[in-house]
Design a protein around this ligand. Structure first.
Ligand SMILES: [Zn+2]
Length: 301
């Protein structure tokens, strides 16, 4: 089945024509500066038209970086798209595109992508953390993507494991407030340390940098241990830009085990995502690629 997928980010909107689980054609455009619903919808509709000018593909799946209502119609919270909050995004986009639209949280989409084609293939119970600007999360438990009673389950970056650091969501002490790229960038620049994060990661052994990385890694380790205890997963999978830091898994594993009860240590499996930046894009298309709306609903608890 051919499906269109789109992945909305704060800087770029990526879209692809997905066929048989692979990207057949793709395009990326900068996210409109206004980030307003009208401009974002126009940008996505234009991408869809360019990838499928004959309108032969009837379905568009969209990964969105924010919290969505249980009906996947409206945005509840989105730090990168504040004007989108409360807006009936799904139906407005469907109308503009002339296609069926499925809207899903972007980390959930990444989990669906990894589940079908990547590091979570053949698993029934896993947790995905996307380490980027913030920390996205998704839970697959008993072979189902967990969405919770009100649609917001899986917001694992907002687990309160980090003292009382202010988080971008408006609350205190969340892991994202220490390990998100935004938070890390702020912490380093407040300490007068210049450089981008991949470079600072490589220099993590330097005396000025080590304590800052240790604090951030400790928050992430506590998060992973807590999630493991709550869900008893087959694997915890790390994706997103920061997961590509060389040696992250090896550095994290012993830190997580410090906070892990012995029976959980034996089954603990921390691994990297396999699909890179394409995970959310492939996963956004997956709801429809699986066959129908109904089938996608059946995936979600
Ligand atoms: Zn938060």
């Amino acid at each position: 089945m051919r499906v269109l997928g789109a992945d909305l980010g704060g800087h770029f909107i990526k879209a692809a024509l997905v066929e048989g689980g692979a990207v057949a054609a793709r395009e990326t455009v900068p996210t409109p500066e206004s980030r307003s619903p009208a401009d974002v919808i126009a940008a996505v509709a234009a991408l869809a038209s360019r990838l499928d000018p004959e309108r032969s593909v009837k379905a568009l799946g969209v990964g969105f970086p924010g919290m969505l209502d249980s009906r996947r119609e409206k945005v509840l919270q989105a730090p990168n798209f504040p004007l989108m909050v409360g807006y009936p995004f799904r139906s407005a986009l469907a109308q503009a595109c002339g296609r069926e639209v499925a809207l899903e949280n972007d980390a959930h989409c990444a989990a669906l992508g990894e589940w079908a084609f990547g590091a979570a293939k053949d698993l029934t119970d896993f947790v995905l953390l996307t380490l980027g600007t913030g920390i996205g999360g998704a839970i697959v438990s008993g072979g189902r993507l967990v969405t919770g009673a009100y649609g917001k389950a899986g917001e694992l970056g907002h687990l309160a494991v980090a003292g009382d650091a202010p988080c971008g969501c408006g609350a205190l002490g969340h892991a994202e407030a220490l390990f998100g790229a935004d938070a890390l960038g702020r912490a380093f620049s407040e300490a007068g340390i210049e450089g981008d994060l991949p470079e600072l990661w490589l220099r993590r052994g330097e005396p000025r940098l080590a304590p800052l990385w240790e604090k951030a890694l400790d928050a992430l380790a506590r998060l992973i241990a807590s999630v493991s205890h709550a869900l008893d997963p087959q694997a915890v999978i790390l994706g997103g830009g920061l997961s590509r830091g060389l040696g992250l898994v090896e550095t994290l594993r012993p830190l997580v085990l410090r906070y892990t009860a012995p029976p959980f240590r034996e089954t603990f499996d921390l691994r990297l995502a396999a699909l890179g930046d394409d995970a959310a894009l492939l996963g956004s298309a997956l709801g429809f690629a699986l066959g129908s709306d109904l089938e996608f609903d059946q995936l979600c608890t």
